[in-house]
Ligand binder design. Structure first.
Ligand SMILES: [Zn+2]
Length: 487
């Protein structure tokens, strides 16, 4: 039953793995998970990268619908010679002004505005993630504060006002204590009591940043996670203090997980040495434009399918490659033999690479006895954390919902994921989801469908020298990527 004045608060802890939560380290989160519905099999999207995930949170859809196919991506007409970076606000504004939507399908923030309701975002993470959540924030009358300062928000006047109240953009030295303290301060001392939005989204950039650059299990990462937990408790206390806890649905989530990095692979250097000239900025000599990462991509500058086949065949013989995807052939296989279709994982979009790859990962425990290792393309230190691929610890996310003061705490094993967040927010507010939204509301009958049993489909493709696998969950008409690692 719809409450008289329903509100939604979303709290995102970037890169938080479910197995980091326990009563001793994260008591507030632990208690919340016991009070609400905790979706134990919740999944991020592929590639498991922040901006891709935030666009899926916003749209309830996969990259093939929303078009955010990577943290950066190649856009053949808008930016032919270098990857387009949604973290550069001027480029995003220019793209939208030239008639192309950064995010191709409606976001819940737009539907919230159309229903005459107001949203506020307090974002401590990257600019690209901030704008993909609400690319029309200004037109929609939303309130967006970025801890990056005035250049990080489409509503810089909001940032200016908050800087007068709380001080200049916080210091970003690691761990990001100053940033998460600011996010919590603006959230609890200004947004909830003063702005009083119908929907509030608070994005904490930890434990992700410390996991990357210090380590997933490092003492510093644990200490910043404890501070995140204290801030979560402060947000819940503020709802009680303002007497709006009854009418507020709280959604707690993370955008992706993390695995450890045992080894760096400078893939583009390796490709160049194998006579496939690759560059991060396309030039006349290069045949491949690279998108860097554990998940990454290659664009054929001259759109030459013969070169594509040669590069794929070469990559299939390298020991550090787990997955290769090319344009769709039959829904499962890609055009190049032994590759998966980009469509199988919801990644076929004109901005997608011609060859998408995932570097190798392993299920074995890492040095601190937590599951998951994976090679990285050189952006984080050895012993740091990374994500982007199809390892279960990259894809498994925290996802839990608590409706008002209702305490119907249970663990739900039904597959769920980021695509269900937007339909849930809209359901709380009594607003119909957009036809492009592929998920379902996590409230109400969501887990009843589990009685039918969900269907896991295993896909394997390969050649004589290369084999890769992906497992897809189908549940109640929804589709999630379970994992993609050889068992
Ligand atoms: Zn992230």
């Amino acid at each position: 039953m719809l409450k008289s004045n329903p509100k939604v608060v979303l709290v995102v802890f970037d890169g938080l793995r479910p197995d980091a939560i326990n009563e001793g380290d994260t008591p507030n989160i632990y208690r919340f998970l016991g009070e609400g519905r905790w979706f134990r099999n919740a999944r991020s999207v592929f590639p498991s990268l922040t901006r891709v995930a935030s666009a899926s949170i916003a749209t309830g859809a996969y990259p093939r619908q929303h078009g955010i196919v990577g943290n950066t991506f190649h856009h053949p007409t808008f930016e032919p010679h270098r990857p387009f970076d949604s973290g550069i606000l001027e480029d995003v504004v220019r793209m939208e002004n030239e008639g192309e939507r950064l995010v191709s399908v409606p976001t819940f923030s737009e539907l919230v505005a159309m229903a005459g309701k107001r949203m506020a975002i307090v974002h401590g993470g990257g600019i690209g993630s901030t704008v993909t959540l609400a690319p029309k924030a200004r037109d929609n009358g939303h309130w967006v504060y970025s801890a990056h300062g005035r250049n990080g928000s489409l509503t810089p006047e909001v940032v200016a006002e908050m800087e007068r109240k709380f001080g200049p953009a916080p210091d970003r030295s690691l761990p990001l204590f100053a940033v998460i303290d600011r996010v919590a301060g603006v959230a609890t001392e200004h947004v909830l009591p003063e702005v009083r939005p119908d929907v509030a989204l608070f994005w904490f950039p930890e434990p992700d940043t410390s996991s990357h650059y210090i380590g997933i299990s490092a003492p510093e990462t644990l200490s910043v996670l404890k501070r995140c937990d204290a801030h979560f408790g402060r947000i819940l206390d503020t709802l009680d203090r303002l007497k709006i806890a009854d009418e507020t649905t709280v959604i707690l989530l993370s955008d992706h997980g993390h695995i450890s990095v045992p080894k760096q692979i400078d893939l583009f250097d390796v490709l160049a040495k194998a006579n496939f000239p690759t560059a991060l900025e396309a030039n006349d000599e290069s045949c491949l434009l690279g998108i860097r990462g554990r998940y990454g991509g290659l664009r054929l500058v001259h759109r030459d399918n013969r070169v594509r086949s040669e590069v794929v065949r070469w990559l299939q013989n390298q020991p550090f490659v787990d997955h290769l995807f090319t344009a769709d052939r039959n829904g499962v296989e890609g055009e190049v033999p032994g590759t998966f279709s980009l469509k199988l994982v919801g990644l076929d979009h004109y901005r997608s690479p011609d060859i998408a790859f995932v570097l190798k990962s392993f299920l074995e425990p890492d040095s601190s006895n937590r599951n998951g290792w994976g090679y990285s393309a050189g952006e984080v230190p050895v012993y740091g954390g990374t994500h982007g691929g199809l390892h279960p610890n990259e894809l498994n996310i925290v996802l839990a919902v608590r409706e008002g003061r209702r305490r119907d705490g249970r663990d739900i094993s039904t597959p769920a994921g980021l695509i269900d967040v937007a339909p849930t927010v809209l359901d709380c507010l009594g607003i119909s989801a957009a036809p492009s939204m592929l998920g379902s509301s996590l409230l109400g009958e969501f887990d009843r469908e589990a009685s039918d049993g969900n269907r896991t489909r295993d896909f394997v493709v390969g050649t004589k020298s290369f084999e890769q696998s992906v497992r897809i969950w189908e549940e109640g008409g929804r589709v999630y990527i379970k994992d993609g690692i050889a068992q």
